[in-house]
Design a protein around this ligand. Sequence first.
Ligand code: NAD
Length: 292
Amino acid sequence: MAKIGFIGLGNMGLPMALNLAKAGHDVTGHDIFPAAVAAATAAGLRVDAVGAVDDVDIIITMLPNGKLVLEAYQTILAKAKPGTLLIDSSTIDVASARIAHEQAEAAGMLSADAPVSGGVGGAAAGTLTFMVGGSEDVFAKAQPILAAMGKKIVHCGGAGAGQAAKICNNMILGISMIAVGEAFVLAEKLGLSHQALYDVASTSSGQCWSLTSYCPVPGPVPASPANNAYKPGFAAALMLKDLLLSQEAAASAGATTALGQHATEIFQQFVESGQGGTDFSGIINDIRGKSA
Ligand code: NAD
């Protein structure tokens, strides 16, 4: 069993750290937000800023953005033992992820980017998907640790490849949710029932995850947020964060992503209208409102 420091005990980080402890690892957490520290302590996790970095074998970060990850790495790289395995599971920009790898390797550490999909529910259930960037050797060391928090762990390639996979996947998700929402609104205008469109499209070429697992109208998929007043789930503000990261990456890599750009604009307007805390499938209500 490993000695693990876990930095960032928020909505995702705390349940992930608790699953590591449940698997028998010796886990020490750290967070700068007093309420997060209080929640972690109440859940039985040891919290100690120094202990989470010094004298551990592995440090996992789960932080809001690339700037905060690189800032946290300044302390980690100065204080951690050489050879410590650093796993960043935050969703951040590919450029910052590559800088984090370079700095970690220069300081004699092992480094992996390992963002997740599966949300807060997957973090609690230990069923996250991890998308991992880093060398074969680092992946082999990280895999059994990540297995305590997730059910699918994919080695995507070298430094930053995990973040690249995450934002490409979520760009598909943002675009496809808008496409499904538009199709249901058009069906309403044409007098076609939600269930009829669902029954046809879910078994035809329009089939996709946004339709069959996360249907944006109530009824056809009882567990989707549409049946629960669009309570997240996956908040529109987080969808926008990932779409903005995809557009930043597309601009720097020279990729044309016209639909990704348009989806970003649509979610930006939705969030700016005060709907950032609504599930992202609530975008259908925005489409319906504009169609009236
Ligand atoms: P969160 O805001 O709930 O948690 C982040 C935590 O990091 C906070 O408790 C904050 O106090 C702490 N923090 C910030 N700076 C710190 C520092 N320097 N040292 C220690 N702690 C620090 O966010 P979250 O929902 O847990 O998301 C974390 C990451 O996971 C993000 O990058 C997010 O995009 C990604 N993600 C979230 C979801 C989701 O559904 N919430 C799904 C997939 C990926």
